[in-house]
Ligand binder design. Sequence first.
Ligand SMILES: Cc1cc2nc3c(=O)[nH]c(=O)nc-3n(C[C@H](O)[C@H](O)[C@H](O)COP(=O)(O)OP(=O)(O)OC[C@H]3O[C@@H](n4cnc5c(N)ncnc54)[C@H](O)[C@@H]3O)c2cc1C
Length: 410
Amino acid sequence: MAEAEFTMELNDEQKEVRDWIHGFAAEVIRPAAAEWDEREETPWPVIQEAAKVGIYSLDFYAQQYFDPTGLGIPMAMEELFWGDAGIALSIVGTGLAAVGVLANGTEEQIGTWIPQMYGDANDVKVAAFCSSEPDAGSDVASMRTRAVYDEAKDEWVLNGTKTWATNGGIANVHVVVAVVDAELGSKGHASFIVPPGTEGLAQGQKFKKHGIRASHTAEVILDNVRVPGSCLLGGKEKLDERLARAREKARQGGERVKNAAMATFEASRPAVGAMAVGTARAAYEVALDYARTREQFGRPIIDNQGVAFQLADMRTSIDAARLLVWRASWMAVNGKPFTAAEGSMSKLFASETAKKVTAQAIQILGGNGYTREYPVERMHRDAAIYTIFEGTSEIQRLVIARTLAGVPIR
Ligand SMILES: Cc1cc2nc3c(=O)[nH]c(=O)nc-3n(C[C@H](O)[C@H](O)[C@H](O)COP(=O)(O)OP(=O)(O)OC[C@H]3O[C@@H](n4cnc5c(N)ncnc54)[C@H](O)[C@@H]3O)c2cc1C
């Protein structure tokens, strides 16, 4: 019989990387978590530490991304977010903007802008990806920020208000999605680099949040921001071709212009699922430890089925979530079609699991769980983000349902 190719075990190299990231999360991130949550500020010294050891760099993500099993990114995310969600988002937030450039940029744009997004260990920088707007959250197609081409100067002029941007206003490089042809819905959008120090870009309000408070989230105001033609990701020729194709399709009527971003989302959503698994696992471990050592009525509370069964359910859901995340990540790397929106499934299940498991952890810790003396209170606040960003749970269900029904997703 041929040797089975399928394995559920990480290989030695993956285990080594996982243990290395876990070490950083345990020794550097977790001990700093409570402080930066209270300060509600970007943890620059921790990002710098991550840069020093090589965890805050494009190379690190590229290496994980090109792991042919697809498990490199989810493994890294789970460990970092196990450490602390707010700090981990400050470390990986730049990656969201970098992926925007990698996905749509030319070789030259990738080479020019990505290094400026990260800076170096002596002078770390961050980047921001700005898509959401006050009136365009789930409904991305209703975006209003406009980009108008000034042919005489070969410049694009950006005007609008972005919101909820992770690292918005403090980023060295901003990637901004804007409308170039309003008739075409999301097909008429394009992405632009706003280089460091560009006039007209300003931070609006910085949000005071429920959780992930170490991660900076703010509005970004674009007031007649002029960027060179070379800042249009992918270049003008490619954009013109893409717009011409979309106009032709729209003219032919019939099929509603499909959202090309959908496939990208299916591939990126498992990474958010993995973050949620990390937070859920962290809370579960604290609860398990507490249940074994806390005694009431003369025995550890875990000896009560009411507590032990909760832990059994928590662990089962976490493992199930991880398997869904791994499956979708494997599919993405191996170019498998997401015929049942498996990426969205993994994000939906993992994020709902994180919310539930962190609440159960508070319950198991009783009064202590409700205080900031123990980390599960913070983990529960942090977990609430996973069902909101990168598409809410309702939007994941909508995507899954429409995919199953064979209805176009707009
Ligand atoms: C901390 C944080 C960081 C973020 N970082 C970034 C970032 O870096 N860059 C960026 O561009 N964006 C970012 N976002 C924005 C995020 O992606 C949006 O908040 C999210 O897409 C939801 O949009 P909204 O907040 O406008 O909610 P809305 O779209 O207004 O939704 C409100 C409610 O209505 C529900 N709903 C909406 N439409 C439907 C429907 N058709 N069917 C059923 N229910 C529906 C939603 O599920 C939700 O429960 C961030 C958000 C937060 C909170």
